[in-house]
Design a protein around this ligand. Structure first.
Ligand SMILES: [Zn+2]
Length: 180
């Protein structure tokens, strides 16, 4: 059984530590953190909600991510599994982003792991119409104020080839046969 970085001195989190009283410490740990959320232990480690609080040090965060992802006993798990096990022991702001970045950039994973997605295949362009008004699209703009002629909708017809648009005043009470 391996011991993660820093855990040898932690012992049983939550016991034998004293509660910090500095308001500035809770502010630096994160918004909404209360004094009781963190404590200091003898070795100077900050324990935040029973996890080791790691300062925002990119290199140190990488070392921890490597410990749980790229060591022989960890066997390169994916992002979610790596994050789950890192979260068990450590806390730092932007942990998700750093772990995701580390896993995405792991050169071993990029060389060995197969892509599980279906390939996109060739492009399938839509056919170009030969004539104007051969292919059209239609939609309606409804619930407008009524005009003098009681029109309260606009039917928009657009030609796909030339992008010509026609705006036809309509009434929302029109049936399909009226529109046709
Ligand atoms: Zn990897």
């Amino acid at each position: 059984m391996f011991t993660p970085v820093g855990m040898t001195t932690l012992g049983r989190p939550g016991r034998g530590c004293y509660i910090g009283t500095s308001g500035s410490m809770s502010t630096s740990i994160g918004e909404g953190a209360r004094d009781v959320d963190y404590c200091l232990i003898a070795d100077g480690l900050v324990i935040f909600r029973n996890k080791i609080y790691v300062m925002d040090n990119h290199e140190l965060n990488k070392v921890i991510s490597r410990e749980f992802h790229a060591k022989p006993y960890s066997s390169h798990p994916g992002y979610q599994k790596t994050l789950t096990v890192v979260k068990k022991f450590y806390y730092w702001p932007n942990m998700k982003r750093d772990v995701a970045e580390f896993v995405a950039r792991c050169s071993d994973c990029q060389r060995v792991k197969a892509e599980c997605k279906h390939l996109g295949g060739l492009l399938q362009p839509i056919t170009i119409p030969e004539w104007k008004w051969e292919v059209i699209s239609m939609y309606s703009i409804t619930r407008l104020l009524k005009t003098v002629r009681q029109h309260d909708s606009v039917m928009v017809v657009v030609d796909r080839l030339k992008k010509i648009a026609r705006f036809i005043p309509m009434r929302s009470t029109f049936s399909a046969s009226d529109v046709a």
